[in-house]
Design a protein around this ligand. Structure first.
Ligand code: AMP
Ligand code: GLY
Length: 421
């Protein structure tokens, strides 16, 4: 089968690496891709945010399957357009992607499905916001209702800062809304499931490091690193979340007449009162995908096609490699603010030669002299597999140490606590 992968991040690079290991996949094209992806498959330009452009490209390439990586094309209807063109697509319809596209919508579906989540209020005015802040108390959790690339949420003890974020979100006008919710304590877990709208196939859980600084300090980012699986996760976590969260949400979406097929990402908090959903995403998470797929033994292409064709119930159980994977994100100077770009990156080949290491590209391009340069906030996702978390970390950081990018930064503590225990 010939596959088109939409997106340009390390998540897409990881998906493509996995597809290339699948014998049923004869060729892969990426659009638009990045410098690392262009090193392994053909890349073509596309305006990924335009559903008609994505569908037209899929038709012109004659692909059998389109895999949509990022949320913006999905929310805009890329999967609908591709399916309308008669091509199988891995990813939810625009209507189903609202599980990620609107936090208020996700809360409504969770309420309907009886899924445990934080108590929340949807606010359209600052007066509502102030009342909700007082209702739930500190720490305050203020969320932009719409898509915000991982940066729309502020968690703070400072009531003033909470109100400031809310008023910035509401200032967009129109039907802008903010969600104020109860603070959830406890470690976070990302659990992905592949679904065809009926059958739910959970993957291994992962943990993401969202704050920019070591010790979970500083502002939220798209994710600075991840590891999988979680040695500390309670036995039965996957089965429990599948039964209480994933399957009920998939069933509720089907009942609404907007079945969710593709990847359902549950962001969970393991609170003292049990598991609660923090958020849903409608696509593979980044950087968690890099570690989850590093451990997946079952060929990925067949699973994604089965999801797109509604045949997941016929698949044998997924197989996993023993051991663990860790990914460390190298970010450009300035990220998560405005990143510095254009600097040359060196050491990529030496790093990739280390045992168990895969250097996945995110914000990279090739300049006129053929050198790989930084062109985004998250630049690389340096991923390693090992027999233990300790070994996976050692391998990932040994690779990171070989890579040079002026002004870049990364966290030294990815998976550190889990590896110690
Ligand atoms: P979200 O975009 O909803 O995933 O939020 C981004 C991050 O904000 C989450 O990964 C959490 O770290 C934090 N967060 C979101 N909601 C809550 C909450 N109710 N309580 C505590 N932290 C939260
Ligand atoms: N790792 C967070 C996300 O993909 O949204």
């Amino acid at each position: 089968m010939r596959v088109l992968v939409i997106g340009s991040g390390a998540r897409e690079h990881a998906i493509i690496s996995a597809l290339l290991k699948d014998d049923s996949v004869t060729s892969v094209v990426a659009a638009p891709g990045n410098a690392g992806i262009a090193g392994v498959v053909e890349t073509v330009a596309v305006d990924a945010a335009d559903p008609d452009a994505v569908a037209a490209l899929a038709l012109s390439l004659g692909v059998d399957l389109v895999v949509v990586g990022p949320e913006v094309p999905l929310v805009n209807g890329a999967a609908d357009a591709v399916r309308a063109a008669g091509i199988a697509c891995f990813g939810p319809s625009a209507a189903a992607a609202q599980l990620e596209g609107s936090k208020a919508f996700a809360k409504a579906v969770m309420a309907e499905a009886g899924v445990p989540t934080a108590m929340a209020r949807v606010c359209a005015s600052l007066a509502d916001v102030e009342q909700a802040l007082d209702q739930f108390g500190s720490p305050y959790v203020v969320k932009d209702d719409g898509l915000a690339a991982g940066k729309g949420v502020v968690v703070t003890d400072d009531r003033h800062a909470a109100i400031e974020h809310a008023s910035a979100c509401l200032a967009r006008g129109g039907d802008a809304r903010v969600v104020i919710e109860e603070y959830l304590d406890g470690p976070e877990v990302s659990l992905f499931a592949i679904t065809d709208g009926t059958t739910v196939v959970p993957l291994q859980p992962a943990q993401d490091f969202k704050r920019v600084g070591e010790g979970d300090t500083g502002p939220n980012t798209g994710g600075m690193g991840a590891y999988s699986p979680l040695p500390w996760a309670p036995a039965g976590l996957i089965a429990d979340v599948t039964e209480r969260v994933l399957q009920p949400v998939v069933d509720a979406m089907a009942r609404r007449g907007t079945p969710f097929s593709g990847l359902l990402y549950a962001g969970l908090a393991m609170t003292s009162r049990g598991v609660r959903v923090v958020e849903f995403n409608a696509r593979f998470g980044d950087p968690e995908t890099q570690v989850v797929l590093a451990n997946l033994r079952t060929p990925l292409g067949g699973v994604l096609l089965a999801s797109a064709q509604g045949r997941l119930a016929d698949l044998p159980p997924l197989q996993w490699e023993p051991g663990f994977a860790v990914t460390v994100v190298i970010a450009a100077q300035g990220y998560p603010g405005t990143p510095r770009s254009g600097d040359i990156i060196t050491g990529l080949e030496e790093a990739a030669e280390l045992a168990g290491v895969d250097v996945l590209h995110a914000g990279t391009t090739v300049n006129d002299d053929g050198a790989v340069t930084a062109s985004g906030g998250r630049v690389l996702s340096v991923t390693a597999h090992g027999d233990s978390l300790v070994q996976a970390r050692e391998r990932a950081y040994a690779a990171v140490d070989l890579i040079r990018l002026e002004g870049s930064h990364y966290r030294r503590d990815i998976a550190a606590r889990a590896a110690e225990s």
